[in-house]
Write a protein that binds this ligand. Structure first.
Ligand code: GTP
Ligand code: MG
Length: 328
């Protein structure tokens, strides 16, 4: 592997590691990453020099300095994680983020035809196919301004999410919206280039499909991006059903049912990333399972016949049933 490719993959692996972290946890992983680069002598050809600087900058941005005299401040953008995955709505103000959030989650967020209706981060849960998805509604970027205080917060929340949903208004200038949002992601180091969107699970929802210019604008958007786009209209219930499925697919998870020997499988599945192995499932259940692992038996589409024995590196498929046998 040449240095360029090595560097790219190293950065991808870091993105995957940090994308759900905040605060002290994030700082710790970033510091460990810098140490790892030095330990492996990756910086010796100069490829990693700039990256180390970026990581250091990221660390100082993340460390929140409490103001003199005050203890911990209330943070209107902090939302505890819940459910099986987190997706954030990322778009300009007034594009219909809160409207779509209300339509598909259990929340009732204020919407309005003026700018900046939403002023803090708000969470709602969307349940689909047995998976609980935490959807986060944020204020929109105002008038394509990026130096505005909240932009920083929006990006901070986006960084803690498993997937980012770009919300683009089909009744407004499409090219400008798309380029602005991609620019924000690249500038904030959430993405390196547009091609990274596959690594970061980016999706696009195009809103206000009912308005007159939407068809033409949709074609413009299609020509701008390789990310799959879902057009919706808040007053069309069918498009909202498609939206739920789109969000579920974007999260890219699989449902695994575990079972003890000679017993029925559990009713509630474990939700893990698509592509996970038995070992990654075992880590999620209990460390003892990893330590004393002997073999697993699988029923489902990842094996040739029901009850087939597999090792820890076996890759699971959606709805597999798994029985793990340990050495004791
Ligand atoms: N015609 C039409 N109007 C919509 C649609 N979705 C949202 N709107 C309207 O667009 C306006 C803005 O909607 P919001 O959901 O408040 O927008 P937002 O993106 O949350 O805005 P901020 O909170 O300011 O960032 C409201 O007047 C909505 O009724 C849609 O599909 N079609
Ligand atoms: Mg809103």
């Amino acid at each position: 592997m040449n240095w360029n490719t090595k560097f790219k993959w190293y950065k991808f692996s870091v993105v995957r590691k940090i994308r759900n972290l905040e605060g002290d946890e994030l700082v710790k992983v970033l510091e460990d990453t810098i140490q790892d680069i030095y330990d492996k002598k990756l910086d010796k050809n100069g490829f990693f020099k700039l990256y180390i600087n970026q990581l250091n900058q990221f660390i100082s941005d993340t460390k929140v300095k409490p103001k003199k005299g005050s203890t911990r401040q209330f943070d209107p953008f902090f939302i505890p994680r819940s459910g099986d995955g987190r997706i954030v709505l990322f778009g300009l103000s007034n594009v219909g983020k809160s409207t779509l959030m209300n339509a598909i989650t259990n929340t009732d967020v204020k919407t309005g035809s003026y700018l900046h209706t939403t002023r803090e981060a708000l969470a709602g849960t969307l349940e689909f196919q047995g998976v609980k998805i935490q959807l986060i509604d944020l204020p929109g970027f105002l008038d394509f301004k990026e130096d505005w205080n909240i932009s920083k917060q929006i990006v901070r929340v986006a960084r803690t999410s498993d997937s980012i949903l770009l919300v683009i208004d089909l009744s407004m200038d499409i090219e400008r919206q798309y380029n602005f949002l991609m620019d924000q992601l690249i500038k904030s180091k959430l993405l390196e280039t547009e091609e990274d969107s596959e690594i970061y699970n980016l999706g696009i929802i195009a809103t206000k499909g009912d308005l007159p210019t939407s068809k033409q604008n949709y074609s413009i958007l299609e020509s701008q991006t390789r990310i799959p786009i879902l057009p919706i209209s808040s007053n069309n219930p069918e498009s909202l059903d498609k939206l739920k499925k789109y969000i579920y697919d974007l999260l890219d998870v699989i449902r695994i049912y575990t079972k003890p020997p000679r017993k029925e499988p559990a009713k509630i599945p474990f939700i893990i990333s698509n592509g996970s192995t038995i070992n990654e499932l075992a880590e999620k259940i209990h460390n003892d399972l990893v330590r004393h692992f002997r073999y697993a038996k699988i029923w489902g589409s990842s094996v040739e016949f029901p009850g087939q024995r597999v090792g820890p590196d076996h890759q699971l498929n959606d709805e597999d049933i798994v029985e793990i046998t340990t050495a004791r």
